[in-house]
Design a protein around this ligand. Structure first.
Ligand code: ZN
Length: 215
């Protein structure tokens, strides 16, 4: 098990990676990792210039934190995911462009491309809108992440879970890319969708080549 100091620095590095990959959109995202019975999370008001290991906030399993620095306003959503999803050790939330484009139509991402399956299911659902920072939003996101590693958040953005930061960040970026492909594809009309047989074959093959390790 990593020491707290090491995890705090991992979180800073993860935040900066999400920013570098162009997913942060004016510091609207936040990142966290499981720690003790709760989590470490980026602070409220974080951006790529001011985030540092000593500004990362520990929130315990009951939602308590101490000190002057507040956790991200979305801490309930992050904590709900760790409580509900045992395999989640890192969570990334963003308002990346194409995820927001779909989420603002409350559209799920359908199975129009086999890469959608890398999140663990044949589609990515969109959780109905709830006010930011609420337990309602947290419950919706935590439940949605039962069947796949990512979901869209209605009129808001997206959230991803992973076994570690690398997996969660890659999922967040992959979802943005695939949503972009879907929006582009929709400009030509309704795309073709994979059939149930094609999905069965995909998941059969994905298991063999250990694609499941992504999830
Ligand atoms: Zn947000």
């Amino acid at each position: 098990m990593k020491e707290e100091n090491e995890l705090r620095q991992d979180l800073v590095d993860a935040y900066l990676t999400v920013d570098k990959r162009g997913l942060m959109n004016q510091a609207s995202g936040n990142v966290s990792c499981r720690f003790r019975d709760g989590m470490l999370i980026s602070p409220s008001g974080a951006d790529a210039e001011n985030i540092s290991a000593d500004r990362v906030v520990y929130v315990d399993g009951d939602g308590n934190y101490s000190g002057d620095i507040k956790p991200s306003s979305e801490w309930r959503m992050h904590l709900s995911i760790y409580k509900k999803q045992e395999s989640a050790n890192a969570v990334v939330h963003t308002h990346s462009d194409y995820c927001v484009a779909l989420a603002c139509h409350n559209l799920p991402l359908p199975g129009f491309h086999y890469m959608v399956g890398l999140f663990g299911n044949t589609h990515v659902p969109c959780v109905p809108y709830a006010t930011f920072g609420t337990q309602e939003l947290g419950d919706g996101a935590a439940n949605a992440l039962t069947h796949q590693a990512v979901c869209l958040l209605g009129n808001h953005g997206m959230i991803a879970r992973g076994a570690n930061f690398k997996v969660a960040i890659d999922h967040a970026e992959r979802l943005e890319i695939i949503c972009k492909h879907y929006v582009l594809s929709r400009t030509l009309g309704e795309p073709d969708y994979l059939t149930d047989e094609q999905w069965d074959e995909f998941f059969g093959r994905a298991k063999k080549v250990a694609y499941s390790s992504f999830i």
